[in-house]
Structures are given as structure tokens and as C-alpha cells.
Design a protein around this ligand. Structure first.
Ligand SMILES: Cc1ncc(COP(=O)(O)O)c(C=O)c1O
Ligand SMILES: [Zn+2]
Length: 390
């Protein structure tokens, strides 16, 4: 039997604004181009001679089954705790009560450390390890800090986590169990980012801030690959996604484009819906034309702490996804989120994180406004578990 050597098809990184090329075999953060300023970097692959669907390693029951379309060169550098390949569950009781023909949820709560952040941090830590990094630092709303701490522990690397002080205790405790240095800051993730900049000035540590490092996106994009494969190479009509920094939204969209180039899926992509909290809704405000961008926006803390990202670095890319997909952005209140957690738990046996629970009231609004039709195939991307929030 010929054993196909697993190999990454990654070829370079490109500035998401001007396509300027940055090398993939050196440590990179974001594009800082003379012409276009600071923007996220996107990993590019040689997909034309890529692999076929039949060549996917289906014995690998994690996100690493898409090994060729991931950026890590050597298998020995992969830092994995079994992330990804999460189920798509049918929400039949909720669907029936709302008169919907197809309502499903990709359930990311089953990931290591209880959220989809595991995908991005597995990828970023693997690539950092491959490029010789020994210490990582992250500003976080909570879940990403826990995931970074876990993957750094597994990799034998140091982790420094900077988290808002108001974050529930379980988020802090898990970081400490994993051996990370935890620094608490009064304010939101944007204030944590300022603290990270201060620490980096005096300590040698690599900044894993979302979208300011190219590979968390590559981990999150595997959600898009999995949705297609699990739906037998079709896609839903609509995907609702709880949006903070937007990495999952941009990542899934990137995956759909890559799969189309690989010839794995057809032309029709889902409409992408960014769901935010009413007290921190920068994307909704820009989308609705209430501001030109979110650079001066100040949000408040929300129970859905992952949605409290007032100035997302990748705002332009998020808005591009909404435009290109004919999607939209919508916000919901903390009360709606709390009621939704109860409704989903009591009807479906799923105790999901507030960020994921925000999707149900958002869907109800969009159904009422006629933006989503009852006959459409709807998928909730639930990003995590509720247990750390209780
Ligand atoms: C549970 C949860 N959902 C959603 C988000 C937002 O994710 P993204 O930055 O990909 O938009 C976060 C981020 O902290 C989160 O922890
Ligand atoms: Zn550029």
C-alpha cells in the first residue's frame, strides 16, 4: 500500500487588503504595508493540485483530518488535544415550536476547554512551536485564554493570559491549573490588549491576539470544512454566528472559498449572519451605517463575554463576509440571551454558552422580519459550553 505522506499545501501569507506576500516560514503577526497600513494576513495554499475529497484521512477524527489545507509543515509540531470534528445536532423540538423545516447546531461545546477557541489555539500554538516560540501572550474575553493555556501546557511553552477582572472565576481558574500566568485588568478585551502591548515591551513573548496572528483563523476555518463534509458536501442556506473578533465567521468563509477551488463544493454559499450583544455591537452599528467603522466605539460588558469586542481588528473582513454572502448583522439583549439559554436547555438538553444562545433570539427577529424564511436550512454555530459561566 502506498502511504500518502501528509504535507501542508501552504505556500505564503498575503495581506488581506493589498495581497502583498509575506513568507510563511518566518514568524508573522499582521501585514503592515507601506501602502495600505495594518491588516490581517491570510494563509494561501496550492489548491489547484490539491487533494480530492476521497483522500481526506477520515480515520483522523479531529480538525487535523484537513491536514493538507492547514499551515503546519511537520507532523511532530502538531499540538493537539483532539479538537474539532464536533457534531451537527438537529434541534427538532425548537424547530417544531417555531415552524421551521430545518434547524441544526454545530456544537463546539464538546471541544477541549469547552469552546471553539481550541481550534484556533491548537493551530496557532502548533505553528508557534514550529517557528521556535517559547512564550505566548494573549488578551482574552475568557475562552481563548483557557485554550491558549491548555495548548501551551501540552507544548511545554509558557503562556501569559490577560483577562478582564469581571470574567467568571472558572475562566481564571482553568488558566492557573494549566500553569499560565494570569493578569487581570479592569475593563474589556481592548484594555487587555493595551496591557499586552505594555508587557511585550519588556518580555520576549509572542502575541496570539485574534487576527493579529495568521493561524488562529486557519484553525477556525476547519468548522467550515466540517460543516460541508458533515452535510454531505452541501452547505446550509443560513449560518448564524456569535461575533466578537469575527475569526470563526471569516474562517468559515475562507474554507468555503478554498473548498470551491478544490472542487469539493458548488457555487452556492450560505448567508452569514453576525450576531452581537446590544451592549457591545460595533459590527451591527457599522453595518447599519451608524458609524464608518468601530475604531472609536466603546462597548459595555455583557454576560456573553466573548461578544464584548468593541474594536475588532478584522472589521473590514467581517463586513466583507456579510456583504459577499448577502448576510446581515443583528443584536440581542442580555435578557434575551438568558431566556434563550433556558429555552434551548429545556427543549434540547443542551446547556450552551451565552454567545451561542444569542443566536436563537436573533433568528426569531430575522424570521419575523422575513429576512430568513421558515423553509430554509438554518445552522447555529454554537461556540461553547455554559459550564464556565454558571
Ligand atoms: C464562546 C465564544 N463565542 C464567540 C466568541 C467570539 O468569537 P470570534 O472572535 O471568533 O468572533 C468568543 C470569543 O471570545 C467566545 O468565547
Ligand atoms: Zn497590504
Amino acid at each position: 500500500m502506498v502511504v500518502k505522506e501528509k504535507k501542508s499545501l501552504v505556500s505564503f501569507l498575503a495581506c488581506s487588503a493589498c495581497n502583498k506576500i509575506y513568507p510563511v516560514d518566518e514568524l508573522q503577526t499582521f501585514a503592515d504595508c507601506e501602502e495600505c497600513g495594518k491588516s490581517p494576513l491570510l494563509a494561501q495554499y496550492e489548491l489547484l493540485d490539491g487533494i480530492t475529497k476521497a483522500e481526506i484521512d477520515t480515520t483522523e477524527r479531529s480538525m487535523w483530518r484537513y491536514r493538507e489545507m492547514l499551515p503546519v509543515f511537520e507532523d511532530e509540531n502538531i499540538v493537539s488535544l483532539g479538537e474539532g470534528w464536533t457534531p451537527i445536532l438537529k434541534l427538532d423540538r425548537l424547530a417544531k415550536s417555531m415552524g421551521l423545516s430545518f434547524l441544526t447546531m454545530k456544537d463546539e461545546s464538546l471541544n477541549p476547554t469547552g469552546s471553539f477557541k481550541a481550534r484556533g489555539l491548537s493551530m496557532a500554538v502548533s505553528k508557534a512551536k514550529e517557528l521556535g516560540v517559547e512564550c505566548c501572550i494573549i488578551p482574552t474575553a475568557g475562552n481563548a485564554g483557557g485554550a491558549l493555556s491548555a495548548y501551551c501546557a501540552k507544548a511545554g511553552m509558557k503562556a501569559i493570559v490577560v483577562m478582564p477582572r469581571h470574567t467568571p472565576e472558572a475562566f481564571k481558574k482553568e488558566c492557573r491549573y494549566f500553569g499560565a500566568d494570569l493578569i487581570e485588568v479592569d475593563g474589556l478585551i481592548s484594555d487587555c490588549a493595551r496591557k499586552v502591548a505594555e508587557i511585550k515591551a519588556t518580555q520576549d513573548c509572542f502575541d496570539i491576539s485574534t487576527m493579529k496572528e495568521p493561524y488562529r483563523l486557519e484553525g477556525k476555518k476547519t468548522m467550515g470544512y466540517e460543516i460541508a463534509e458533515q452535510m454531505n458536501w452541501t452547505l446550509p442556506d443560513v449560518i448564524l454566528y456569535p461575533t466578537g473578533g469575527g475569526t470563526g465567521l471569516i474562517g468559515m468563509w475562507k474554507a468555503f472559498h478554498e473548498m470551491r477551488e478544490l472542487g469539493w463544493i458548488g457555487e452556492k454559499f450560505p448567508r452569514m449572519i453576525a450576531v452581537q450583544s446590544a451592549v457591545c455591537n460595533p459590527i451591527v452599528r457599522t453595518w447599519e451605517g451608524k458609524q464608518t467603522n468601530s475604531s472609536a466605539y466603546k462597548g459595555d460588558a455583557t454576560f456573553a463575554n466573548g461578544l464584548a469586542v468593541p474594536n475588532p481588528f478584522a472589521e473590514k473582513l467581517i463586513l466583507n463576509v456579510l456583504h459577499e454572502s448577502s448576510g446581515t448583522a443583528v443584536d440581542v439583549t442580555d435578557d434575551e440571551i438568558k431566556n434563550s439559554m433556558k429555552e434551548i436547555a429545556a427543549n434540547e438538553g443542551l446547556l450552551i454558552c451565552p454567545e451561542g444562545a444569542a443566536l436563537l433570539p436573533a433568528l426569531k427577529k430575522l424570521l419575523a422580519e422575513g429576512i430568513i424564511d421558515h423553509s430554509e436550512k438554518i445552522l447555529f454555530l454554537n461556540t461553547g459550553s455554559a459550564y464556565k459561566y454558571l
